[in-house]
Design a protein around this ligand. Structure first.
Ligand SMILES: C[S@@+](CC[C@H](N)C(=O)[O-])C[C@H]1O[C@@H](n2cnc3c(N)ncnc32)[C@H](O)[C@@H]1O
Length: 315
């Protein structure tokens, strides 16, 4: 998408996620997932007149649009084209020893999904791509044509809970032996052929889970998030908060466990009479249960359906 005027993404938990960070003037925030800048703009507004924002995105198209959206706050924000896997380094490169809030709004933006040519969508026929960062060389085409049946089965099962993962992987391997699989349309046809007709009629689109699994693998989303969440806790100043918006159960589970573990401190086995790990709690969990979207939010943004918000505060 080169025309930034058509970049349209409705922020999920637009108010709740920003309030969670308790924005204040003079404080410094990091939005790890700038996207359409909906949250970033709200953070800058709420921390006026002197709050500062570092906003990260690995997608240059999102960044081009966000620069226009954030123009009214010129001088108070820095946009960094990078993967948030580098969060700690990015904070250090800005000459900062800590920040007061970190936001993650995980996954892809609506424009990334809707722009057929990026290959994220099973609804548009396009080259198999799925890279959030177009400067990365590894694409969905490489994965589909080069990974073994076992590797493909594993990501479809682990990242998308696809119960037909083995059959889909076998069909992919069989088809690519005839000719390379180049497009999302070809992949959708292979998935449809692999899933028995009765099962195909259950739930949503038969290709939905496979596309999710491949996208997560192409962008290494879960490993990146696991690293970044620890860095987020590290870079927070005492009293600073991390807010995490997730869109599927694997991400939410990772967020929940990482925050719980950081809140627990001691990781010694329960049978040890005295703590030997000497770990101390690093955060207080603010959301024992995740915040879920209101009926009102769901009515105007169906994409929020599976969203969950978790918040923790640095001790
Ligand atoms: C759901 S959108 C964020 C929307 C944004 N919060 C808003 O209100 O407009 C997620 C964005 O994060 C970016 N992103 C996802 N994973 C990333 C990563 N590991 N590093 C940097 N950016 C990432 C995507 O490119 C996408 O633009």
């Amino acid at each position: 998408m080169s025309d930034t005027s058509t970049f349209h993404h409705i922020s999920v938990f637009a108010e709740e996620a920003v309030e969670a960070l308790k924005p204040e003037p003079d404080h410094i925030y990091v939005d790890c997932t700038l996207g359409g800048a909906g949250h970033s703009g709200r953070i800058l507004k709420a921390s006026s007149p002197t709050g500062r924002l570092i906003a990260i995105d690995q997608d240059l198209i999102a960044i081009a649009n966000a620069k226009q959206v954030l123009a009214p706050y010129e001088g108070r924000f820095t946009i960094v084209h990078s993967n948030f896997r580098r969060l700690a380094d990015i904070v250090a490169e800005q000459g900062l020893s800590g920040v007061d809030g970190v936001l993650f709004d995980l996954g892809v933006s609506s424009p990334q999904l809707d722009e057929g040519e990026r290959g994220f969508s099973y609804q548009h026929d396009a080259p198999l791509d799925m890279r959030m960062d177009k400067t990365q060389s590894f694409t969905a085409r490489d994965l589909v044509n080069e990974w073994s049946a076992e590797e493909i089965t594993k990501i479809l099962y682990d990242y998308a809970e696809e119960k037909w993962s083995k059959r889909i992987a076998e069909f992919i391997v069989r088809e690519r032996a005839k000719a390379p699989i180049e497009t999302t349309g070809q992949l959708v046809d292979i998935i449809k052929a692999a899933i028995p007709a009765a099962a195909r009629r259950e739930g949503g689109h038969p290709a939905k889970r496979t596309f999710q699994g491949i996208r997560i693998a192409v962008n290494d989303e879960l490993n990146v998030f696991a690293e970044a969440i620890q860095q987020a806790i590290d870079v927070l100043n005492p009293g600073g908060r991390v807010a995490i918006i997730t869109f599927h159960s694997l991400e939410d589970r990772m967020a929940k466990l990482a925050l719980q573990e950081a809140a627990r401190g001691c990781i010694c086995p329960p049978e040890l009479p005295i703590c030997q790990c000497t770990n101390t709690p690093r955060v207080k969990v603010i959301t024992r249960k995740p915040i879920v979207p209101s009926e009102e939010e769901l009515a105007h943004n169906p994409r929020a359906r599976s969203a969950k918000l978790r918040i923790a505060e640095k001790l």
